[in-house]
Design a protein around this ligand. Structure first.
Ligand code: PHE
Length: 487
């Protein structure tokens, strides 16, 4: 082996190894925890849970998920303007690990839960958009390996998401939830250690400095805004807590509202910025329908760990050909299908070259698949009634459909975001894309509570049909939007 070959990780810059494993373990901890979190919240106290009612538990799942991706705006900004990516990733990972550790301690109660979630939300906001952006920094803009690098990275995400429910889920459900949470904490610790040990060697100085540091004047202004915001939050928080008006329901409404308002503000700021030129404004308008489609898609995708998890736990026959299944294991299915099909899709797009469907068409197909993933879930209730336990194969089929949809939307949407976002906002494209997911989950927080055995069929049916309608709209406006993107 010659010297250059030594310097590679599967033919890529060795830094990809560091980022791949850091993100693998971060996702392992996130999805492992999420695979048992819902059950932990609504299981009876005698079964080791918190005994919350299901509607509250599902709403918390959704606001937690929404905040996880909303916090990326702050995290991305801190990496870009203050700390630089390297430190941001490290601090983020540390907070995530602490968050899981808090839940690992067998102290029951909502306060512990919320402290843990707040730490993980802050940590993920720092780590996730930053680590993804640094993948891009490993390559030049023209490097033909760039796309393939992102594909490998996305596989890392999904390998983490695939293995975690099997390990954390099994320990959490068969032994003790807190044991499960502690394995999530250990996962993040392994990720942090890998990061610290290999970063310098494999990535050199990449990520050491803030790419776009604050000028002294901006610094003053930012710190002032930060100070005012923190004071405002403390005062308002203090008032609502002491008067007892801070309820989970109220907080849920707040998060849902923010999840919708923040992207609107973001688009307005980008559109009106003097740094955005005419061509970029046209691109931005073209991007809006894609963004809305992504909101609908991610809303459905993310219900996999809420509604489909609840279905797995309460409505599914877990005795399957002599096996005793755990309801958390179903959370591995989506990632499993992504890992299987991602290479096939990559190959297909390469093969089709100029004959591949346009970005808009791909989004439309993604929405159709997501819609059908919910429509099939009407069938067990329609055929067998909602009293009888359903075959686990329904869930397998549903996850297959939505995962195929993800492959039509997730990689394509990210790439469209980087192309259509104005150059002055380039460092924030990752966070912008995450906001689509945050908005989808913000909307979820309001609707997941409607799911009950009595509403099951109509719930899946309505959301499924809404997704199909959006798919049709995207298809109809595709020629117009595609023209806006191209010229
Ligand atoms: N599985 C993806 C991930 O964990 C889901 C996702 C897509 C999240 C897009 C945010 C934005 O990264």
């Amino acid at each position: 082996m010659n010297k250059t070959a030594n310097k590679k990780f599967v033919g890529h810059p060795r830094g990809l190894f560091t980022l791949f494993f850091t993100e693998f373990w971060e996702r392992f901890s996130y999805y492992g925890m999420r695979a048992i979190l819902l059950f932990y919240m609504y299981y009876e106290i005698s079964d080791g849970g918190l005994g919350l009612d299901i509607a509250t538990a599902t709403s918390i799942m959704a606001i937690y998920g929404s905040l996880i991706y909303m916090s990326g705006i702050l995290g991305g900004w801190i990496a870009d303007r203050i700390l630089g990516p390297s430190k941001t990733i490290f601090y983020g990972g540390t907070l995530i690990m602490l968050g899981h550790t808090v839940l690992a301690i067998p102290v029951y109660g909502l306060t512990t839960l919320f402290v843990s979630l707040a730490l993980i939300v802050t940590g993920t906001g720092l780590l996730k958009p930053t680590v993804s952006a640094v993948v891009g920094d490993l390559y030049s803009k023209e490097d033909y390996l760039r796309d393939s690098g992102f594909n490998i990275f996305y596989t890392g995400i999904n390998l983490g998401a695939l293995s975690a429910p099997l390990i954390v889920g099994t320990l959490g459900q068969q032994y003790n939830f807190h044991l499960g949470f502690s394995v999530a904490a250990v996962g993040m610790l392994i990720g942090l250690v890998t990061y610290v040990l290999t970063k310098r060697k494999f990535m050199g100085s990449i990520g050491d400095t803030a790419p776009n540091p604050l000028t002294p004047k901006e610094k003053k202004r930012s710190y002032r805004i930060l100070g005012i915001s923190i004071t405002a939050i403390l005062i308002i928080g203090g008032i609502v807590i002491t008067t007892g008006s801070l309820t989970i329901g109220g907080f849920t409404i707040l998060v849902s509202t923010l999840a919708i308002i923040i992207p609107i503000i973001y688009f307005t700021v980008m559109y009106r910025s003097p740094k955005t030129n005419k061509k970029e404004k046209s691109n931005l308008i073209a991007y809006i329908p894609l963004f809305i489609a992504a909101v609908v898609f991610f809303g459905i995708l993310e219900q996999g760990s809420i509604i489909l998890a609840q279905f797995a736990d309460q409505r599914t026959n877990l005795q399957f050909s002599g096996f005793n299944l755990q309801s958390s294991w179903f959370q591995s299915l989506g990632a499993l299908f992504i890992v299987i099909f991602a290479p096939i899709f990559a190959w297909m797009w390469l093969k089709l070259r100029n004959n591949q469907p346009s970005t808009m068409r791909k989004f439309s197909i993604g929405l159709f698949l997501a819609g059908f993933s919910f429509l099939v879930m009407m069938l067990p209730g329609l055929i067998g009634g909602t009293e009888m336990l359903a075959s686990p194969l329904w869930l397998v089929f549903s996850f297959l459909l939505v995962s195929l949809g993800e492959l039509f939307i997730s990689p394509i949407g990210l790439s469209a975001t980087t192309k259509l976002a104005p150059a002055a906002f380039a460092s924030q494209t990752m966070s912008l894309w995450f906001l689509a997911n945050a908005a989808g989950q913000g909307i979820n927080a309001q609707i997941v509570r409607l799911f009950r055995p009595e509403t099951e069929v109509i719930y899946f049916g309505t959301i499924g049909v809404i997704s199909l309608i959006f798919g049709v709209i995207i298809l109809l406006i595709a020629p117009m939007i595609q023209r806006k993107m191209n010229d």
